[in-house]
Write a protein that binds this ligand. Structure first.
Ligand SMILES: [Fe+2]
Length: 272
């Protein structure tokens, strides 16, 4: 395999990776380099890929074992570990800042998106460094957040959740609001405003208000990498230290299709 080249895309997060063809088997040294690059840069763009579902699944294992996604109605019929992000099957773009599947005890370490059909304008995906955002908070607020946890379930604002998904993935799971990255030990803010039912010891209303206020204050342009999609891009997002969102600013006559894989991670922990 040719040599991996990693070039930062933004001062705070995001890097483009050249020199890897994800349709081919990936050697151990390259796997390790990609994993480490993800932890360091928090978002990797690997452009110019042409992948079948089976090749895509094999490549995703670089970042961890693929795991089942809830909202199973959007999974590919023949490859249920791949979720389809596509507005024409009734989905709305996820425009609220979030991190994926916080209702799991061990939420995904990474979310991987592959650009299959890309609109001619708009429809970007933005990623925010919650590690950089955490460092910008006052020391008092960092200390306060270190003592807080959220309880997480499936999104309350969805009406199309299948009963079997609710049974499997609807129980309350508690996570710290600051988590330590298992690779390099840096802290990052961690919560999902519409999956968190409440913060321990706070009412749902006060919890929502505080999380909304945090998002407003923490996610500034300086900590955001906005990815304008090209067909064939693979975007890997480190969920252990980022939040992301979709941009719905594209012409709905055009198609925007992304294939999503999530890979297993650790249980979020705050280490002292
Ligand atoms: Fe997401």
């Amino acid at each position: 395999m040719e040599r991996l080249r990693i070039s930062p895309l933004h001062p705070v997060l995001g890097a483009e990776v050249a020199g890897v063809d994800l349709s081919q088997p990936i050697d151990d040294a390259t796997r390790q380099a990609l994993s480490r690059a993800l932890a360091d840069h928090l978002a990797l763009v690997i452009p110019g890929q042409a992948l079948t579902p089976a090749q895509y699944l094999a490549a995703a294992t670089v970042f961890g074992p693929p795991m089942e996604q809830h909202y199973s109605q959007h999974n590919m019929a023949d490859f249920p570990l791949i979720g389809l992000i596509w507005h024409r099957n009734g989905q709305r773009p996820a425009e609220q800042w979030h991190t994926d599947h916080t209702n799991r005890e061990r939420p995904p370490a990474a979310t991987i998106l592959y650009g299959v059909e890309i609109p001619s304008a708009g429809g970007a995906t933005s990623v925010a460094s919650m590690r950089a955002a955490y460092l910008e908070l006052s020391e008092d607020e960092r200390r306060r957040l270190q003592g807080l946890t959220t309880f997480n379930s499936l999104d309350r604002d969805r009406t199309d959740t299948r009963p079997e998904d609710l049974d499997k993935y609807g129980q309350a799971i508690e996570h710290p609001m600051v988590r330590t990255h298992p690779i390099h030990g840096s802290p990052a803010v961690y919560f999902h405003i519409s999956k968190a039912t409440h913060i321990r010891g706070m009412t749902p209303e006060a919890s929502q208000a505080y999380m909304a206020d945090l998002l407003q204050r923490m996610i500034r342009p300086e900590v955001v990498y906005r990815h304008a999609w090209r067909k064939g891009d693979v975007l890997v997002i480190d969920n252990r230290a980022t939040m992301h969102r979709a941009h719905g600013d594209y012409d709905r006559q055009e198609s925007r299709v992304l294939w999503r894989i999530i890979v297993e991670g650790d249980r979020p922990r705050l280490m002292g």
